[in-house]
Design a protein around this ligand. Structure first.
Ligand code: CMP
Length: 139
């Protein structure tokens, strides 16, 4: 089915000026960008987005990282977009990511891992609604 998923290019990647290299990999995988903006999150916005991880030991570091610089948020659309995006991102830890994936090629470590992608269609809808207004999606 045609799905939508939320993608974030993280501060480690905007800092290294490699957003275009990451976007090329997403597009080469057949994903279409139907919304995109460069923003900087407040602490409250990052905490709300990652609320599911609130009890994890890495939560405070993650919020500090995600507010440390600009991010590029995107809505990607395509056949099986959620799974396809996760495939092209590779494993959370770049040490475990397959060759050719975004995280294997670009991520610095398990936290500074260059990209986020929704993990289910249900979470994608909630994440998209947190970051974009409906009229910002142009399919
Ligand atoms: P993301 O897919 O955005 O989801 C949660 C983020 O927490 C993850 O990518 C990493 O940036 C960060 N993180 C830091 N440490 C860990 C860890 N040990 N396990 C999972 N995620 C981590």
């Amino acid at each position: 089915a045609i799905e939508r998923t939320l993608s974030i290019i993280k501060p480690d990647a905007t800092a290294r000026n490699i957003t275009g290299k990451i976007i090329a990999k997403l597009e080469e995988a057949g994903l279409r960008i139907i919304a995109q903006k460069r923003i900087r999150w407040s602490k409250a916005e990052a905490e709300a987005f990652y609320a599911v991880h609130r009890e994890r030991p890495f939560f405070n570091d993650l919020v500090a990282f995600m507010t440390s610089g600009p991010i590029v948020v995107q809505v990607l659309e395509g056949e099986n977009a959620v799974a396809k995006n996760r495939e092209v991102m590779g494993a959370t830890n770049p040490a475990n990511a397959a060759p050719g994936t975004i995280r294997r090629e670009f991520a610095e470590n398990i936290e500074r891992n260059s990209v986020h992608g929704s993990d289910s269609a249900e979470n994608a809808a909630a994440e998209i609604a947190q970051v974009f207004k409906p009229e910002e999606l142009v399919g």
